[in-house]
Design a binder for this molecule. Structure first.
Ligand code: NOJ
Length: 536
C-alpha cells in the first residue's frame, strides 16, 4: 500500500475543475464570478467534492479568456474583487475543502505592464523579460516555430523592429524564463497567493516554459494530416520540453515545500515517458503531472487497459498517479464516449488508482453544445475556422435548473446554454435517484470512504475484450473488483478463482446485493463494483 499522511491530502482527494466564466453568475452580467462559486459551494460539498481548481480569475483582456494575464496578483472585475477572493478562500476552508489556482507562467498578456515596458525600447530593463529576435535575412520570422492557435509563433513589432515569440496568441507573449529576474518575479506571484492561503496550483503549459537557447528550427511532423491544427505540421522538439525546464519547476517546488501541505499539478501533453520526467528526480518536480491518457485513448477496453498498464508501469518510484476525464480544452466526455458509456467512464475515473480530476458539468452529463459560427468566442476556433477546433462547445454555462437561463444567470449568458437545459439540470437530477448526478454522488462517497479505492494497489484482472476488470486493494480494508463493459452488448465475465464478493454497485442497478457467480454476465454498457468478501 502507498504511504500517505495528512500532508499528502492531495493523494486522497478528488479535484473538481471550475471554469469560472460558466459556473454561476451572481451579478447578472451573463458571466460567472467568484460570488457565484461561493453560492455553489454547498452544492459541491453535497456532491462530495473536497478540492476545487478554478481556471484563471486574474485581470485579463480576455483574448484567451483569462489565460492572457495583465496582473498576476489581482482579480478581474468581471469575476469580482480580491475581497471576494478572500471570502471564497475562507468559505472553502471553513468547509474543510481546498482551493487550487491556475498559475500561468509561460506567457502574460501583451497588455501586462512588463510587456508594455519590454516592447517600448531595446534598452528597456524589461526587454529581456520576453523573447525578442531580429528578423531572418529575408525579413521573415527568426525560425519556423508555429503558434498553437495558428500561424507563426513570431510577431513583428514596429516600435523596435524586432519579432517577439508567442507560443499561443500574439496577445500572449512568452516570458523569458532563462532570465532570473523573471523567475524571481513569478515566484513572488506564487508567494502572493500562497500567503493568502491557496492550497496549490495547476500550472498552465508547464512544458512550454523554456525554449531551445539557439532557437533551432523544429522538424517537420511526418504524421501531419490536414484536419489537425496547423501547429502539428512541426514536431515541437526545440520549442517545448527542454531539459532546463526541470530546474525551474524545481524552484517552484522548493518554494511550495516551504509552505505546508501545498500541491503543484503540471499541465503537460507529452508521451508517457516524457511526462514522467516532470515528477522530477527524487520527487523534486510537480507532485502530479496531469495524466491525459483517458482523453487520448480510444474508448475500447483493450486500448484503455493497456494504457492504464503502461501508465502504472512508467510511474517513477513514489510517483503518485492521477487521472483526468475532461477539461476546458477538450470535448465533453459524454460527447466523446456517448451517454451510456459516460456512466462507465465515471466509474472508471472514480475507481482507478490516483487522484481523479472532474470537469464541471460532467456530473450531470453535460455534452458539447453546438455553437453557431457567428457565436464562436474561442480564439482557437476563430483562427482556424475550417478545422472545427473551437473549445466553446465544452465551456457552456452550468445547467442548474429549468428556468430561462438555466439558473446560471438572470440574463443571456456569454455563451449559449445547451438546448436540453430545461430538462437536464442539477435540480431535475437531484430529484431522480437514477440520474448521472446521483451516480457521481454515490461513487464519490464510496471512493472517499474506502482506503482501498483511495490508496490501494491496482491489479488488472483478465477479462474478454469487451471488458475491463481490475482489483483495488489496501491492507486491512475491504477490496473491490471493478468490472466495466465498454461495449454496447452483454459479455460473460469469469471471476478469478477463489475470489468471491458481493455486488454493491451497478450502473444498471443489476444484481446489487447478490454474490458474484461463476456464470456472471455483464450487461451492455454496465459498470459493476464488487466488494470482495467471503460467502456467508
Ligand atoms: C492551456 C489552457 O488550458 C488553455 O485553455 C489555454 O488556451 C492555453 N494553455 C494557453 O494559456
Amino acid at each position: 500500500m502507498d504511504t500517505h499522511n495528512d500532508a499528502q491530502w492531495w493523494k486522497g482527494t478528488i479535484i473538481y475543475q471550475i471554469y469560472p466564466r460558466s459556473f454561476k453568475d451572481s451579478n447578472g452580467d451573463g458571466v460567472g464570478d467568484l460570488n457565484g462559486v461561493i453560492e455553489k459551494l454547498d452544492y459541491l460539498q453535497h456532491l462530495g467534492i473536497e478540492t476545487i481548481w478554478i481556471s484563471p480569475i486574474y485581470p485579463s483582456p480576455m483574448a484567451d479568456f483569462g489565460y492572457d494575464i495583465s496582473d498576476y496578483c489581482g482579480v478581474d472585475a468581471l469575476f469580482g474583487t480580491l475581497e471576494d477572493f478572500d471570502r471564497l478562500m475562507n468559505e472553502v476552508h471553513n468547509r474543510g475543502m481546498k482551493l487550487l489556482l491556475d498559475f500561468v507562467p509561460n506567457h502574460s498578456s501583451n497588455l501586462h505592464p512588463w510587456f508594455l515596458e519590454s516592447r517600448s525600447s531595446k534598452d528597456n530593463p524589461k526587454r529581456s523579460w520576453y523573447i525578442w529576435k531580429d528578423a531572418a535575412p529575408d525579413g521573415g520570422p527568426p525560425n519556423n516555430w508555429l503558434a498553437m492557435f495558428g500561424g507563426s509563433a513570431w510577431q513583428w513589432d514596429e516600435t523596435t523592429s524586432q519579432y517577439y515569440y508567442h507560443g499561443f496568441l500574439s496577445e500572449q507573449p512568452d516570458l523569458n524564463w532563462r532570465n532570473e529576474a523573471v523567475q524571481e518575479a513569478m515566484l513572488n506571484v506564487m508567494r502572493f497567493w500562497l500567503d493568502k492561503g491557496v492550497d496549490g496550483f495547476r500550472v498552465d503549459v508547464i512544458w512550454h516554459m523554456v525554449k531551445d537557447e539557439l532557437l533551432r528550427d523544429n522538424p517537420v511532423n511526418p504524421d501531419y494530416t490536414p484536419e489537425m491544427a496547423t501547429y502539428n505540421q512541426l514536431l515541437p522538439v526545440f520549442s517545448t520540453d527542454q531539459p532546463e525546464v526541470h530546474r525551474i519547476i524545481n524552484k517552484m517546488r522548493t518554494l511550495l515545500d516551504h509552505y505546508k501541505d501545498k500541491v503543484m499539478i503540471g499541465e503537460i501533453y507529452l508521451p508517457i515517458q516524457r511526462l514522467m520526467a516532470y515528477y522530477g528526480q527524487d520527487d523534486s518536480g510537480a507532485h502530479m503531472p496531469f495524466n491525459f491518457t483517458l482523453l487520448e485513448t480510444p474508448w475500447d477496453a483493450k486500448a484503455i487497459g493497456l494504457a492504464i498498464d503502461q501508465y502504472e508501469g512508467a510511474l517513477p518510484a513514489g510517483g503518485w498517479p492521477n487521472w483526468v476525464l475532461g477539461n476546458h480544452d477538450q470535448h465533453r466526455v459524454l460527447s466523446r464516449v456517448g451517454a451510456a458509456q459516460a456512466r462507465v467512464a465515471a466509474v472508471l475515473l472514480l475507481t482507478l488508482r490516483g487522484t481523479p480530476t472532474m470537469y464541471y458539468g460532467d456530473e450531470i452529463g453535460m455534452s458539447d453544445v453546438k455553437i453557431p459560427p457567428n457565436e464562436i468566442r474561442d480564439p482557437q476556433g476563430l483562427n482556424m475556422p475550417e478545422k472545427g477546433l473551437s473549445r466553446d462547445p465544452a465551456r457552456t454555462p452550468m445547467q442548474w435548473d429549468g428556468t430561462t437561463f438555466g439558473g446560471f444567470s438572470t440574463c443571456q449568458p456569454w455563451l449559449r446554454l445547451a438546448e436540453d437545459h430545461k430538462d437536464n439540470n442539477v435540480a431535475s437530477q437531484m430529484a431522480y435517484p437514477q440520474s448521472m448526478l446521483n451516480l457521481y454522488r454515490k461513487l464519490i462517497a464510496l471512493r472517499q470512504s474506502s482506503p482501498s479505492l483511495k490508496y490501494g494497489i491496482y491489479r488488472p484482472v483478465l477479462a474478454n475484450s469487451q471488458l475491463l476488470a481490475y482489483i483495488r486493494q489496501a491492507e486491512n480494508a475491504p477490496g473491490y473488483l471493478i468490472i466495466l463493459n465498454l461495449s454496447d452488448s452483454p459479455a460473460p465475465f469469469l471471476p478469478p478463482v477463489n475470489l468471491s464478493g458481493e455486488i454493491i454497485f451497478s450502473t444498471n442497478d443489476a444484481g446489487v446485493g447478490e454474490f458474484l457467480t461463476q456464470g456472471f454476465e455483464m450487461g451492455a454498457n454496465d459498470a459493476t463494483i464488487v466488494e470482495i468478501k467471503e460467502r456467508p
